[in-house]
Write a protein that binds this ligand. Structure first.
Ligand SMILES: [Cu+2]
Length: 109
C-alpha cells in the first residue's frame, strides 16, 4: 500500500515540477467551453475488461439525449479506476466512431 501511494505522489507531483511546459500551451481558454457540458449521472456498473460503464444519466444536451440508463465506452481505461457502482458522477460524453464515449468523468461530492 505504501509503495502505490508513493507512486501516486510521484506521478502527481511530476507535472507540477514542470510549469514551463504548461506555460507554452495557452489552450486553457480554448478548452473551457467543454466544462459547461458536464452532465450528471449515477454509475450503475463498471466493466473494466470491456472498458464500458453503465450510467443512469440526466439530460445530455451535447448528445441531444433525454435522461436514461445506458452503456458508454470510456476514452481511457483509467477513468474506470476513479468511479464505482453507486457513485454520483459528473461526466462528459461524445459520439466517437459511432459509439457513445465518456471523455471525462469525476465523482460528485
Ligand atoms: Cu443516454
Amino acid at each position: 500500500m505504501r509503495t502505490s501511494l508513493w507512486a501516486i505522489v510521484l506521478s502527481v507531483s511530476f507535472p507540477l515540477a514542470a510549469p514551463a511546459v504548461e506555460a507554452h500551451h495557452e489552450s486553457k481558454t480554448a478548452a473551457s467551453p467543454a466544462t459547461g457540458q458536464m452532465a450528471e449521472g449515477e454509475v450503475r456498473k463498471v466493466d473494466k475488461d470491456a472498458r464500458k460503464i453503465t450510467i443512469k444519466h440526466g439530460p445530455l444536451v451535447s448528445l441531444d439525449m433525454p435522461p436514461m440508463t445506458m452503456v458508454f465506452q470510456v476514452k481511457e481505461a483509467a477513468m474506470l479506476e476513479q468511479v464505482k457502482a453507486g457513485d454520483k458522477v459528473k461526466f462528459a460524453a461524445e459520439k466517437i466512431g459511432g459509439r457513445y464515449t465518456v471523455t471525462r468523468i469525476q465523482a460528485g461530492e
